[in-house]
Write a protein that binds this ligand. Structure first.
Ligand code: NDP
Length: 453
């Protein structure tokens, strides 16, 4: 039974009753019944709804942002930005969806082939708490545009966000069953994936959860999109604007208290500019405004839960035991809530297992490198391959990073951020499949080819 716990205070809030098996069955039946009607709606009906949902997000911006802040501790300014991004995401698919679904026609030696994008049915989404609206919206908006219907198993720590996500669709005039939130524990997910009426599954979360979900989907021969962890390299070369790279690195590492899959987590800095970079970066990390997440001036709030904070503290200890230097931070104040100061690790010994782990919290690992080859090698010396950020004005170096960094995304002379227009996803143990852009819309559709005379 999910219960809210405010990570800034440790206080409990509302409890949301978990669905029993009969209620889960009723929701799946409703999804199928709604799908039968929704799959044949015209694009205008779908884009109208997407625009109305976007308007709802604008209207209820303050209320929704406050729920994010109370449930997972995101500073209110960043929570508002998340809600704005959701509205943008709905409008993106409203404006561009019909074009992305145009049939693809090719002449053949004899006759022609026309491929149509068709919906497939109910899709299950398993989502995390870190961007509790945006993570879901990047699944939900294309689901509506595709003519599919959605079922949501959200993180147990953000139950009110989950409930509101469903309510917003209903309030905008979406049919019952188009998008349903299931208040269930993770143990119920396998049974839903097994259900033949559910056609596919997507998960954004940890490697461990991704493995379970992929196994279950594989057993059922169902398509799965996996958006898992990352430990993104943030590479700074001598030709870069080092001051800007170092200032941006503070945000890239500490946004959302370091709990973003595409945070720059490993700073890989050329020895020629290392000292200057560290001067600015360390100062920036020390000066970040930590405090009450409801305060407009706060830049970093608590972590999402005391459990998550304790995990990070343990990882930090492990890093030091493995020979890394804790240059700064990682202190836990003696007060209720999931508080912690950001930390910086340097001199991580070659081969230390910690270098291959993801810190899903405010801890930066910094590596000093000698040349371009070493930069690429260190960037790739990790089981993950989600995002990356490279800072260099040298064209040849840029091309080398674009070609050789093993990641789904590379940002050049900027920090990486998701955008509705740009495909989002990873390689290696960060998962597979793409969200956003046309690719996210097509993932769960049937590209039906028609041969014509
Ligand atoms: P979890 O994987 O524990 O939780 C994510 C979601 O998966 C939650 O809804 C959770 O439910 C559910 N879940 C957990 N275990 C299972 C299971 N065995 N079967 C089915 N569902 C399950 O992740 P964390 O809460 O630890 O979130 C942080 C992790 O997610 C990090 O590793 C991070 O990198 C990754 N992440 C990746 C992102 C990306 O876009 N690639 C974005 C954000 C995070 P419940 O809450 O009930 O346990």
């Amino acid at each position: 039974m999910p219960t809210q716990v405010n990570p800034a205070t440790g206080e409990e809030g509302k409890t949301f009753p978990a669905l029993d098996d009969g209620q889960i069955e009723a929701k799946i039946a409703q999804a199928v019944s709604t799908y039968r009607g929704w799959r044949t709606t015209d694009y205008e009906t779908r884009t109208d709804l997407l625009r109305k949902i976007a308007d709802q997000y604008d209207t209820q911006r303050e209320e929704l942002a406050a729920i994010i802040t109370a449930e997972m501790g995101k500073p209110i300014k960043q929570a508002r930005a998340e809600i704005d991004k959701c509205a943008k995401g709905f409008r993106f698919y409203a404006d561009n969806g019909p074009d992305m679904l145009k049939p693809i026609e090719k002449p053949l030696v004899s006759g022609r082939s026309v491929s149509h994008w068709l919906p497939q049915g109910p899709v299950l989404a398993i989502m995390p708490w870190n961007y509790p609206f945006w993570q879901v919206v990047r699944f939900l908006a294309p689901t509506i545009m595709a003519g599919n219907v959605g079922l949501l198993k959200h993180a147990s720590s953000t139950p009110e966000c989950a409930a509101m996500l469903e309510q917003m669709v209903l309030d905008a005039g979406g049919p019952a069953g188009l998008f349903q939130n299931l208040h269930i524990s993770a143990s119920k997910v396998a049974g839903i994936i097994d259900d033949p009426r559910v056609v596919a599954v997507t998960i954004t979360g940890s490697e461990a959860a991704g493995i379970k979900v992929a196994e279950q989907a594989g057993h059922n021969l169902k398509k799965v999109v996996l958006e898992l962890g990352g430990s993104d390299p943030y590479v700074v070369m001598p030709s870069a604007d080092v001051e800007q790279a170092a200032r941006t690195a503070v945000t890239a590492r500490l946004q959302n208290a370091g709990q973003s899959c595409i945070c720059g987590k490993r700073m890989i800095v050329h020895e020629d500019v290392y000292d200057r970079f560290m001067e600015i970066f360390v100062e920036g990390v020390k000066n970040i405004k930590i405090g009450d997440p409801t305060d407009e001036a706060t830049e970093m709030g608590p972590l999402s839960s005391e459990g998550a904070r304790n995990d990070i503290a343990q990882q930090l200890e492990k890093a030091v035991q493995q020979g890394a230097t804790k240059l700064y931070g990682g202190d836990i104040p003696d007060k209720p809530g999931a508080w912690m100061t950001p930390a910086i690790l340097t001199d991580i010994p070659a081969g230390a297992p910690i270098a291959c782990e993801e810190f899903f919290g405010p801890v930066a690992m910094v590596f000093k490198i000698k040349d371009l080859d070493e930069a690429v090698a260190v960037a790739n010396d990790i089981p993950f391959g989600l995002g990356s950020s490279v800072w260099t004005t040298d064209e040849a170096e840029q091309q080398r990073f674009i070609r050789d960094i093993e990641a789904g995304m590379t940002a050049v002379n900027q920090m990486l951020a998701s955008d509705p227009y740009a495909p989002f996803g990873g390689v290696k143990r960060s998962g597979h499949g793409r969200e956003l852009g046309p690719y996210g819309l097509h993932e769960f559709m049937n590209l039906k080819n028609v041969m014509l005379p």
